[in-house]
Each structure stands twice: as structure tokens, then as C-alpha cells.
Design a protein around this ligand. Structure first.
Ligand SMILES: [Zn+2]
Length: 95
């Protein structure tokens, strides 16, 4: 039941404005790791509602590499291009 409530809250937050996993973790008072699990679930369930989770992708702060094709939502450890670990977080929004 708790999970259902969290997902409902997460959806209404992202319908209001764009947020990162950290923003969501603070707002929902859950671990960032859990945010990704919920987001993954929400991403699948939204299809049935004709809504979409829009992802402003992670990008590398060193070389500007954009993680456009990343399928997993969790934070990448380092940049595949320059191997640095300064990654700007992805932001999410529901339309
Ligand atoms: Zn890079």
C-alpha cells in the first residue's frame, strides 16, 4: 500500500514540475535508489494512461557527453567517453 501511495505522489510531483532523483528522494522521504525503482514502475504504468515519463538525460560535465540512449534510470558511474565521474543528474517530468 505504501508503494502505491509513493508512486501516486511521485506522479503528481512530476506532473507539476521537472525534478531529479535527488529532488524526488527529498520530497518523498525515500532513498535515491528507491526513487529509481518507483520511476521504473511508473514509466511502465504510464503507457496505459497515455502519459509519458519525459527524461532530460544525464550528461557529462567534463566533455558534454549526453547519455541519450541510456535505458536504465540509475545514475551512471562514469562517462564512457572521457571516463570522468562528473555527471549531471537526469531530470524527469510527466506529460
Ligand atoms: Zn565525459
Amino acid at each position: 500500500m505504501r508503494n502505491k501511495t509513493i508512486r501516486k505522489e511521485l506522479i503528481s510531483l512530476l506532473e507539476e514540475k521537472e525534478m531529479t532523483a535527488r529532488d524526488l528522494s527529498k520530497a518523498l522521504k525515500i532513498q535515491e535508489k528507491e526513487v529509481y525503482d518507483h520511476l521504473e514502475h511508473v514509466r511502465r504504468s504510464l503507457k496505459a494512461q497515455k502519459k509519458k515519463l519525459n527524461i532530460d538525460p544525464y550528461y557529462c560535465l567534463v566533455c558534454d557527453f549526453v547519455f541519450k540512449d541510456r535505458r536504465r534510470l540509475s545514475r551512471p558511474g562514469r562517462c564512457p567517453k572521457c571516463r570522468q565521474g562528473h555527471i549531471e543528474p537526469a531530470a524527469y517530468r510527466i506529460f
